[in-house]
Design a protein around this ligand. Structure first.
Ligand code: F0G
Length: 459
């Protein structure tokens, strides 16, 4: 019997109350937060889909592992447990723990970046791009054309454009490209996977030009599950086996343990190169901590070690990917255009298509995100002209897409929560023609989406 209900492959062990507010109270709360969802206290949010980062539920075994945390400054057994768990999946020679992903990025790009350097990727995540640009280097996105088309159903829309990569490497002088990155899955491109074949071919091109390949592997398990489900010849393999093959093509990785590894905090940098590792460890000691704990407590290392094993469980991954798809498909049937196919960790709503009467520079994504909160206390995140519209010279240019990301924390919400989000989405469609745009009344110049203040345009 093939059942259609997606059951959560766990039962609830500890509960946390949710805020159920009236619509009037929510309207007041969002007005007091100047219509910025980042400014909204989480105690006023019913379903929080702002991010899947560090917001997942830890398992019974992870909480138990916390009690084993050994907080010795050097050589803690928790470090050995962490190192063993990471190297089962990613057997790189050197492992350097950090407090989160961006700390690993800062260390790597401080060592490899610098003016005149170019660092390509399928698509750099914002903190990766920011850390590269901070060193004076240029960050370039080379995702395939289908990856930029919200309605293309290509199974691996996270793939890097191999021809574009080859021409970039051919056209740049020796040493100009110190590393090629691949983000798996491609978060900024809609949580879309990269195929094994694409990772392998990227490696071959990198080898030809003597350039190392690094993975930004935050959502490695979801990526491997997509490979297992969609790539020819991969259906009988285990996810662990696929992850090891993905890892085998790279020379190192940056990682946020707040995503697939089910940590509330944590990350790492792993490399094969001895010299690079030595320099990275020196930098780590300057700002993160001793090399056997990085910026983490021993108990965090223990929780991540357990989380890594849970992240590759097939029943869990099947539930994770199927339930995200369930939300995306239901919202699409309700009349909200969504980025296709549905990615691993989030559903991306196309606010420009939903609200064609709101011009891009009146922020349709912000209008849709605020409305989702007002209607049902659902918090998502605008990824559009609020985030990317401001140019370095202070002018405004519409972003390529006006999206709202609904990111799904791991193991946190049940199907009834998701059914509720779908109902909120249905109401959003009904209210869409009457929604108005927003203007920014006070905005920081960089990363303004975190702090900007807005006002609805009602005149
Ligand atoms: N790389 C990718 C692909 C990410 O999605 C993130 C974080 C990072 C690196 C940085 O890791 O947060 O541990 O420093 N993404 C979060 C998000 C913030 O909401 O998508 P971090």
């Amino acid at each position: 019997m093939n059942f259609t209900t997606i059951i959560e492959p766990f039962r609830i062990h500890s509960v946390e109350p949710l805020a159920i507010l009236s619509e009037a109270a929510r309207r007041e709360a969002i007005r007091d937060s100047h219509y910025n969802l980042f400014d909204l206290p989480s105690r006023l949010v019913t379903i929080d889909l702002l991010t899947d980062s560090g917001t997942g539920a830890m398992s019974r075994d992870q909480w138990a592992a916390l009690q084993h945390g050994d907080e010795s400054y050097a050589g803690s057994p928790s470090w050995e447990i962490f190192r063993n768990a990471v190297s089962e999946l990613f057997p790189y020679k050197h492992l350097i723990p950090t407090h989160q992903g961006r700390a690993a990025e800062r260390i790597l790009f401080s060592l490899l970046g610098g003016p005149d350097k170019i660092i390509p990727s399928n698509t750099h995540f914002d903190t990766t791009r920011a850390n590269i640009e901070f060193t004076g280097a240029q960050a370039i996105d080379l995702v395939i054309a289908e990856g930029k088309d919200t309605q293309s159903n290509h199974p691996f829309k996270g793939n890097i454009d191999l021809d574009a990569l080859r021409s970039l490497l051919q056209g740049s002088g020796p040493g100009t490209v110190p590393v090629v990155m691949l983000t798996v899955t491609n978060n900024s491109g809609g949580g879309q996977p990269v195929s094994l074949a694409n990772i392998r071919s990227t490696k071959e091109i990198c080898q030809q030009f003597g350039v190392p390949l690094f993975l930004d592997a935050c959502r490695f398990a979801e990526n491997a599950w997509f490979i297992r489900s969609r790539e020819a010849g991969q259906q009988d393999r285990t996810v662990v086996d696929i992850v090891r093959e993905m890892a085998s093509y790279a020379d190192g990785m940056t990682m946020s343990a707040k995503k697939d590894p089910m940590g509330n905090i944590g990350g790492w940098l792993a490399v094969n190169d001895d010299d690079l590792a030595e320099q990275a460890r020196s930098m780590l000691i300057l700002t993160e901590g001793f090399p056997t704990y990085g910026g983490l407590a021993g108990r965090d290392l223990e929780a991540i070690a357990v989380g890594l094993r849970e992240a590759v469980n097939h029943d869990y991954l099947n539930y994770r990917i199927t339930s995200t798809k369930y939300l995306g498909e239901a919202l699409a049937s309700a009349g909200i255009p969504v980025v296709q196919p549905i990615g691993g960790h989030a559903v991306y709503l196309d606010a420009r298509a939903l609200l064609p009467h709101i011009p891009p520079l009146e922020f349709p994504g912000q209008a849709a995100a605020v409305a989702l909160y007002e209607i049902g206390g659902v918090r998502g995140c605008e990824i559009g002209s609020v985030m990317f519209g401001r140019q370095p010279d202070g002018s405004e240019r519409p972003a390529a897409l006006e999206l709202v990301r609904l990111a799904i924390p791991r193991r946190t919400y049940t199907q009834s929560h998701i059914d509720y989000v779908i109902e909120v989405g249905e109401e959003l469609v009904r209210r869409a023609p009457a929604l108005v745009g927003y203007r920014i009344t006070n905005g920081a110049t960089t990363l303004r989406h975190f702090t900007a203040q807005f006002q609805p345009i009602t005149d």
